[in-house]
Design a binder for this molecule. Structure first.
Ligand code: FES
Length: 230
């Protein structure tokens, strides 16, 4: 009997929303996500976003723990450092591979994933097939250029839906309220859990003061998330 093809979770086979662009706007900002089957890491290299499987070429160990951070793409184990193409450009003195030439280092480049920054959102896809996420609708929210006013993240069981109702794109929901946008999104935290976030963003022309109704909606979503997390 022929072996059946491996079945992968949608997180591995589709574009998904990682975070709003402001979270990774600065040089060296990075975000690492543990998908059910593998881990990925995204990095801002002087304004260019790149993404890789979070597996070091040196000893095939995870380079980073999940979450947001800032610093060069340097493996936590023995300090190999990678550039925007995933090539190990920094191998510490004393490492037996320190004298590798560029051609040999290029062979050791990290496996790239698909990354796209579109309409204020950052999206990732493990298998980069040259496509782009269908995120044109996000333009209507004017998230690009928006400012985060409030946010909360909690860990929930895997399979939990985005923490607010609204226009849904897979793992992201957005509800626009005048000059503000309420976002809710989920990303995996390994095979058994997800991180769920609710965030209130002020759009470009928003006043300093958040209208009471808008703040009440954010508070309600945050309370619901808190309760879901137990
Ligand atoms: S496993 Fe990454 S530097 Fe050794």
């Amino acid at each position: 009997m022929p072996a059946s093809p491996p079945s992968f979770s949608p997180w591995r086979t589709r574009w998904f929303f990682v975070c709003p662009v402001d979270l990774m706007a600065e040089d060296d900002c990075h975000m690492t996500v543990d998908l059910p089957e593998l881990s990925i890491t995204l990095q801002n290299f002087r304004g260019t976003l790149s993404g890789f499987r979070n597996l070091c070429s040196h000893q095939q160990l995870p380079m980073r723990a999940a979450g947001l951070g800032r610093g060069p793409l340097r493996c936590q184990h023995h300090g190999w450092t990678y550039n925007a193409d995933g090539i190990p450009v920094g191998i510490p003195d004393g490492d037996e591979q320190v004298d590798l030439d560029l051609a040999s280092r290029t062979v050791l480049a990290l496996r790239q994933i698909g990354v796209a920054a579109i309409e204020g959102g950052i999206f990732a896809r493990v298998e980069d097939d040259g496509s782009l996420p269908d995120a044109a609708w996000l333009a209507e929210t004017e998230l690009a250029g928006a400012t985060r006013r409030h946010a909360m993240t909690r860990r929930l069981p895997a399979g939990s839906p985005p923490p607010i109702d609204g226009s849904t794109l897979g793992n992201l929901s957005v509800e626009v309220m005048g000059d503000f946008a309420l976002l809710g999104w989920v990303v995996p935290q390994g095979p058994d859990a997800i991180n769920a976030t609710v965030a209130l963003y002020a759009l470009a022309e928003a006043p300093d003061e958040i209208p009471a109704e808008t703040k009440a909606l954010y508070d309600k979503a945050a309370r619901g998330l808190e309760q879901a997390a137990g």
